[in-house]
Design a protein around this ligand. Structure first.
Ligand SMILES: *[C@@H]1O[C@H](CO)[C@@H](O)[C@H](O)[C@H]1NC(C)=O
Ligand SMILES: *[C@@H]1O[C@H](CO)[C@@H](O)[C@H](O)[C@H]1NC(C)=O
Ligand SMILES: *[C@@H]1O[C@H](CO)[C@@H](O)[C@H](O)[C@H]1NC(C)=O
Ligand SMILES: *[C@@H]1O[C@H](CO)[C@@H](O)[C@H](O)[C@H]1NC(C)=O
Length: 373
């Protein structure tokens, strides 16, 4: 079957050629992964800015992880990185603990975890320390009205800060795409064990419910929510091996400085963690269908709001309605495209595709090159 390989790769290549409708993206997250950057670039989307904010990690760790990644990809000089929010608008470690005492603990508490220790210090991080993410997000939107898609895969705090400065901003963006907003996960959470409970806990919204409500009910031209589908693709040893084989073997991955981003993704032994610790490619899946919306196989339109009552077990969770039964007065609601199915096989092929291209000269040539291994 060797001779079919050329045809297979030709098919794969054509599978990702449908042009993205998006041209510019601002990436806000509570930590970065390579695919957050590489999927938009593969889709020929310009990354107008990136930022890190407190959420699953502290702000310094969020910015630090993005800085390491940009350095690994040799993109520090052409993708600006900023610091976002240091803490939520209102919620804090103490009130979070009080809420957990009332309604039960979360398995994953992110930067609210007792005894959390920073991994980075500011002096070792390469970022633009003359400004802040909310301001730069606003500037990016002003510089290219109606073109910038906002990608927010951590808490909504930094985007909410921008809205307090410029409430009309959403209208001037291309839209908002987020990671979070799980639905119907209660039975799974109650019966699936800690890991499943974690998968369906909406930590991105829970850590800053007020910001989430502000942002998700704002006037975006489109609001795209993935949630459940982002739990459906995991790193596997097989996926890692497909990449490693195409870039000259694991020894090459360990030693070749051009393959730092591959090493960061597959690890030194290219072995996926076992099921009890392996995590879905949450943010990466959002990056994939954001860059290539034709990866979305089905979706529904819903009205939504975020519960902002601290005296509620659903504080920070979304509540959804049909258009006609959604509250018209009182609670403000937003309108979202809720993604219900994606093309998983093609996303996995795209992962192999991006990591087997050489992005190290991106800042100079504006795209990927073939590896010369
Ligand atoms: C599940 O999570 C809770 C809360 O973090 C913890 O107390 C418990 O030990 C965990 N159970 C298992 C089996 O890991
Ligand atoms: C979300 O996931 C849960 C658990 O797998 C499932 O029961 C539910 O149907 C899903 N909801 C939607 C709207 O996809
Ligand atoms: C990789 O494998 C070697 C040899 O089995 C082991 O010593 C090392 O801890 C592994 N590294 C990781 C990151 O799992
Ligand atoms: C890193 O990027 C610069 C352009 O910004 C380029 O000149 C240099 O060759 C790149 N380094 C590597 C190792 O590709």
């Amino acid at each position: 079957m060797k001779f079919t390989a050329g045809i297979v790769s030709a098919l794969l290549a054509s599978a990702v050629t449908a042009a993205s409708p998006y041209k510019k993206i601002f990436i806000e997250n509570d930590g970065c992964t390579g695919l957050n950057i590489l999927f938009p670039l593969l889709g020929d989307i310009e990354i107008v800015g990136m930022s890190g904010s407190m959420g699953s990690y502290s702000r310094v760790d969020a910015v630090g992880s993005c800085s390491t990644l940009l350095a690994d990809l040799n993109m520090t000089s052409c993708i600006p990185l900023y610091a976002g929010a240091e803490h939520p608008l209102l919620f804090n470690k103490n009130t979070f603990k009080v809420w957990e005492t009332l309604y039960g603990p979360l398995v994953w508490e992110g930067a609210f975890t007792a005894g959390y220790e920073d991994s980075y210090t500011w002096d070792e991080i390469n970022y633009d320390d003359t400004t802040f993410a909310a301001v730069e997000l606003i500037k990016a939107v002003k510089a290219a009205p109606h073109e910038v898609l906002v990608y927010a895969a951590g808490t909504m705090t930094t985007v909410a800060q921008a809205l307090t400065i410029w409430p009309e901003m959403p209208k001037y963006t291309r839209g908002l795409t987020i990671m979070g907003g799980y639905l119907d996960g209660q039975i799974a959470q109650a019966t699936g064990g800690n890991m499943t409970s974690d998968l369906f806990s909406d930590i991105n919204l829970i850590q800053d419910p007020e910001a989430a409500q502000m942002v998700l009910t704002a006037d975006w031209p489109e609001l795209i929510i993935g949630a459940n589908v982002t739990n459906t693709i995991y790193p596997t040893t097989e996926l890692f091996e497909r990449i490693v084989e195409k870039v000259g073997g694991i020894e090459n991955v360990r030693t070749n400085p051009d393959l730092k981003a591959v090493l960061a993704f597959v690890g030194e032994n290219a072995t996926a963690p076992d099921a009890s610790t392996n995590l879905p490619l949450w943010d990466e899946i959002v990056s994939a269908y954001t860059a290539y919306p034709d990866l979305i196989k089905s979706e529904i339109k819903i009205k939504l709001a975020v519960d902002t009552s601290i005296a509620s077990p659903f504080y920070g969770n979304i509540r959804v309605w049909s258009e006609e039964l959604a509250p018209k007065h009182g609670v403000k609601t937003g309108t979202a495209r809720w993604i219900t199915d994606i093309d998983r096989e093609r996303i996995e092929n795209m992962i192999v595709d991006v990591y087997t291209k050489n992005w190290n000269e991106y800042c100079k040539v504006g795209g990927p090159l073939d590896f010369d291994l």
